[in-house]
Design a protein around this ligand. Structure first.
Ligand code: PGA
Length: 250
């Protein structure tokens, strides 16, 4: 049984005070003990520790939005997996399309980051997805398969277990244009097939494959009704407590 995951990615938004207020309100609005789903928030780096203190013992989990692949050293401006664990993170988003397109992260960099996260017991939320151009050229499956194979290059079955895959079609992120539930399901099923071929159907059947791209309280129900959609990575609609809670309680 795959337990649904609802994760909020705040991106470069919210001060420390705003983040703490959000976390407090979220705990009041949502009884996190609910065993049937896992709720995660991904604040900006500056807010992680403060939010971790608020959420301690609440059952709501913390993610970072990025990490560096090296453990420590002269890498000005970067944050390591060990630092994220120390600050209270259990998860880290890796390979978000904004990192890929705006910051030039290629599949080999993403592969190293995934490896670094796993080595420190940080569970990666590994993002993949095609651009509009790629979809229109009929290359969705090819692109997604390449991102999986290169991102997970040299990963054994044990390395895969903690990974959450987030399918985020780039054309649906922040655009208000969601993939239909059927379009998303088609790709999610394909992702599970690719993972099954590489690591066996049992393991693929246990993997959480979540959807991201303009998820909101109105479309979450239809997405979650699909057999291979195991949750959501939510950007814009996760910034407001009321809307995020409505998504959690789809
Ligand atoms: P969005 O962002 O929900 O604002 O489209 C999703 C994401 O970037 O993870």
């Amino acid at each position: 049984m795959r337990r649904p995951i609802i994760a909020g990615n705040w991106k470069m938004q919210k001060t420390v005070r705003e983040s703490v207020d959000f976390a407090r309100q979220l705990m009041i609005a949502y009884a996190a003990e609910s065993p049937d789903r896992r709720v995660i928030v991904a604040p900006p780096f500056t807010s992680i520790y403060a939010v971790a203190e608020v959420l301690m013992g609440s059952g709501i989990h913390l993610a970072a939005q990025n990490l560096h692949d090296k453990q420590a050293g002269a890498f000005t401006g970067e944050i390591s997996a060990a630092m994220l664990v120390d600050a209270g993170c259990e998860y880290v988003i890796v390979g978000h399309s904004e990192r890929r397109t705006l910051f030039g992260e290629r599949d080999d960099v993403i592969n190293r980051k995934l490896r670094a996260a796993i080595s420190f017991d940080l569970r990666p939320i590994f993002c993949i997805g095609e651009t509009l151009e790629e979809r229109e050229a009929g290359r969705t499956f090819t692109v997604v398969e390449r991102q999986i194979k290169e991102g997970l290059n040299n990963f054994a079955a044990d390395d895969i277990k903690p990974i959450v895959i987030a399918y985020e079609p780039v054309w649906a992120i922040g655009t208000g244009r969601t993939a239909t539930a059927e379009q998303a399901q088609e790709v999610h099923a394909y992702i599970r097939t690719v993972m099954g071929r590489a690591y066996g159907d049992t393991l693929a059947g246990l993997l959480n494959v979540i959807y991201g791209g303009s998820v909101n309280p109105g479309n979450i129900g239809g997405l979650m009704a699909q057999p291979d959609i195991d949750g959501a990575l939510v950007g814009g609609a996760s910034l407001d407590v009321e809307s995020f809670v409505r998504i959690i309680q789809y």
